[in-house]
Design a protein around this ligand. Structure first.
Ligand code: PNS
Length: 158
């Protein structure tokens, strides 16, 4: 079994992310969930808070750890000596950009593979941005985020 990283901005972690974490951890020897900055997005939660939330939700999974990195994903993957980068795919709309990132990363370090895991259909509509929009407008996000982080997210929007 291989070692993998599951990178993302996790701003904040959703039930969709957690589903990918649980399923990947079953097929990998070790999984590192890595918080990285997405230069295309302005973050709502600072890195420390995003790591804290991920640690809370991944606590039951012994072969999962949480880390953060300020730099290129592929450099981090090499530094951690992982063989695989896991990416979640929700819809065709995710595909084009994810495909481009996977190809760039393959060009930079061909020995590291990107594997795509299809989202659980229950969560195909779900994203951190949707969670934040609903929370900001005082909607109910309980069914969208893991129970352990519900209050933390609510606090940020209160
Ligand atoms: O959850 P997101 O926002 O879709 O995650 C995107 C993320 C953070 C994985 C991506 O922006 C990333 O890899 N950032 C690190 C910088 C980097 O390596 N950029 C080049 C990608 S080809």
């Amino acid at each position: 079994m291989a070692k993998a990283i599951y990178p993302g901005s996790f701003d904040p972690v959703t039930k969709g992310h957690l589903d990918i974490i649980i399923r990947s951890s079953k097929i990998m020897e070790h999984l590192t969930v890595a918080v990285l900055e997405n230069p295309r997005k302005v973050a709502t939660f600072d890195i420390k808070k995003r790591v804290e939330m991920l640690k809370l939700v991944t606590e039951p999974y012994p072969n999962v750890d949480v880390d953060y990195y300020e730099g290129l994903l592929i450099d981090y993957a090499q530094q951690r000596k992982v063989d695989i980068i896991i990416k979640g795919l929700r819809a065709i709309s995710d595909f084009e950009f994810e495909f481009q990132m996977a190809l760039v990363n393959q060009k930079l370090r061909p020995e590291i593979e990107t594997l795509f895991m299809m989202t659980n259909s229950k969560y195909s509509y779900l994203s951190s941005s949707i969670v934040k929009e609903i929370a900001a407008l005082k909607g109910d996000i309980r069914s969208l985020v893991p129970t352990e982080v519900y209050e933390i997210i609510l606090d940020r929007f209160s």
